[in-house]
Design a protein around this ligand. Structure first.
Ligand SMILES: Cc1cc2nc3c(=O)[nH]c(=O)nc-3n(C[C@H](O)[C@H](O)[C@H](O)COP(=O)(O)OP(=O)(O)OC[C@H]3O[C@@H](n4cnc5c(N)ncnc54)[C@H](O)[C@@H]3O)c2cc1C
Length: 506
């Protein structure tokens, strides 16, 4: 596995005087947006430095390893899968020599032996159709729908219940009753029904073939539907070596310094420079920079001292909305779920823990069984994530283990749990949110907010998933980085307009 040498928490030295043609771009934030941008800027001939507040690379790409041993089990506490249609991200996977690490990512509702929470308790996915259909029928008493229409309602409800936060789950029930099922009733569903009993349906294929039925979803659900469908699509991959290798390999290719442990506390923009304040207290260090590319999430940026910004920029920094996310992972003595026939994929566990992801069972590398196994016990977003995130870690960990133990009693056996790790992104100092959401806004309003988020302030440019048309994905971080690189290249005097290599590939 490749690592990189980065400068740990030494004071950032003064920038040397440079000619304009040799302008240095100070990239703030070493998440995917910052690292991609720094790498591409260097390829265009800029000098770069990366200033990162935390002591690690990757930001919301965060692979947690249970131990330092070779082959130690790991979980992804941040991004864990890449939709194969995310061409920019897949471009960097290949470009960074990680193509041989790409494996299918088995997601929710695809492992037959995984569990699904229904009103009658946890059932195996293979036995779920009857319970799901009964649940939807019970919520629509007397409604005269065809069996296949109810099958659609049952599986859409299962997908939304598994992925969406509480508000959207209740909204879907209302949409089904109001007009979504009426629209679906008019459609020939037979090409999309699955299984010999025709009690399953390809929800993705149906929405793709009949986009008009989305009109039956309320505005908030409609704007989250793409993410819901993407997250449960079969077209997802993961990196067998851990997603953190994306960040490590990018950093290893960046020649300029990457300063860790350097918290930026403020920015002051002027026509020909940007002052970056480092550290807190009454007399923070001030660094005069030629150009700054800020990839700090707006949820954090809004709490920094911002001087010289125009009113609209300050407004959009305040306005961008974030959805919290919390992940809790358990290090166990052995992969007990394999004895129950679960070979990977995920359970919709419901309750407070919502989603549980099992690592794939195929042997990867020289995994030593004595090192145990890792389970992503709980993945929550929205209010569910806030609730778990607000608990002190010890209570959060106990809550998740106890609740998961009701679905998997083996977890509660003496000596099974070796350790628990979690990350509540909503309260995380470097993120203060999970990911950007633009739910309930139409396409024009989303684009307008994105445009305002990207708009530079003199020599200060902006990138990060919050500046992208596809927020909440690595793809968005990369998209925004490539756009910022293009803007900086256009602005820097004496340089021709050049497109970064990754942009051509996108
Ligand atoms: C729980 C979770 C699951 C996800 N799952 C997926 C997935 O499966 N697939 C996918 O593609 N995407 C997923 N995402 C989204 C993806 O992780 C993000 O969109 C992407 O990583 C964001 O990159 P970024 O560079 O914009 O921001 P970040 O990664 O947040 O980078 C910003 C950097 O700025 C630093 N910083 C913050 N404040 C300061 C400061 N004051 N001074 C200096 N530095 C500072 C931070 O430490 C951080 O390193 C997930 C996100 C979360 C939270």
């Amino acid at each position: 596995m490749q690592t990189t040498t980065v400068m740990q928490s030494r004071p950032v030295p003064r920038a040397r005087r440079r000619t304009r043609a040799n302008s240095t771009v100070s990239v703030v934030g070493a998440g995917m947006a910052g690292l991609v941008a720094a790498y591409e800027l260097e390829r265009l001939g800029f000098r770069v430095e990366v200033i990162e507040g935390s002591r690690r690379l990757g930001g919301r790409v965060h692979t947690h390893r249970f131990g330092a041993a070779e082959g130690a089990p790991f979980v992804e506490l941040g991004a864990m899968r890449i939709p194969t249609g995310h061409h920019r991200t897949m471009h960097y996977v290949e470009h960074l020599g990680l193509a041989d690490q790409v494996r299918p990512f088995t997601t929710l509702l695809s492992e037959e032996n995984a569990f699904l929470a229904t009103s009658t308790g946890h059932v195996r996915l293979r036995d779920a159709p009857r319970a799901l259909i009964a649940d939807v029928r019970a919520s629509l008493p007397g409604a005269p729908y065809r069996e296949e229409t109810v099958v659609f309602g049952a599986w859409l409800a299962a997908v939304v219940d598994a992925v969406a936060p509480p508000g959207l789950r209740t909204g879907l029930r209302a949409d089904l009753a109001r007009n979504l099922l009426d629209l679906v009733e008019e459609v020939d569903l037979s090409p999309h029904l699955l299984g010999h009993a025709k009690d399953r349906i390809d929800v993705h294929g149906l929405f793709a073939a009949h986009p008009g039925i989305r009109a039956g979803c309320g505005d908030r659900l409609n704007s989250f539907l793409d993410d819901i469908l993407t997250e449960t699509s079969p077209e997802l991959v993961r990196l067998a070596c851990g997603m953190d290798q994306l960040a490590q390999r990018l950093a290893a290719r960046i020649r300029g310094p990457i300063w860790l442990g350097q918290r930026v506390s403020g920015f002051e923009v002027a026509p020909d420079h940007v002052l970056v304040r480092l550290g807190g207290g009454p007399s923070p260090a001030v660094r005069r920079c030629d150009y700054v590319l800020c990839t700090v999430p707006f949820s954090v940026l809004r709490s920094l001292t911002l001087t010289g910004f125009d009113d609209d920029k300050l407004a959009v920094v305040r306005e961008v909305d974030y959805c919290p996310a919390t992940k809790v992972a358990v290090h166990v003595r052995e992969p007990f779920w394999e004895r129950e026939g679960i070979r990977g994929g995920a359970s919709f566990s419901g309750g407070r823990i919502r989603q549980t992801y099992y690592p794939p069972s195929e042997a990867e590398g020289t995994t030593d069984p004595s090192l145990g196994a890792a389970l992503l016990a709980s993945y929550t977003i929205g209010e569910d994530a806030e609730h778990l995130g607000a608990m002190p870690p010890a209570q959060r960990h106990r809550t998740v283990v106890e609740e998961l133990g009701r679905m998997h009693p083996q977890l509660l056996r003496r000596g099974m749990v070796r350790g628990v790790a979690s990350l509540a992104w909503g309260g995380h100092p470097w993120t203060a949110g999970g990911c950007t959401i633009r739910w309930g806004q139409d396409a024009a309003a989303c684009e307008e907010q994105r445009r305002r988020a990207v708009r530079p302030q003199h020599r200060m440019f902006f990138a990060g998933e919050h500046c992208a048309s596809e927020p909440a994905w690595i793809e968005g971080a990369v998209e925004s980085a490539l756009e910022a690189v293009t803007l900086i290249a256009r602005h820097a005097p004496g340089r021709g307009v050049v497109e970064p290599a990754g942009l051509e590939a996108a």
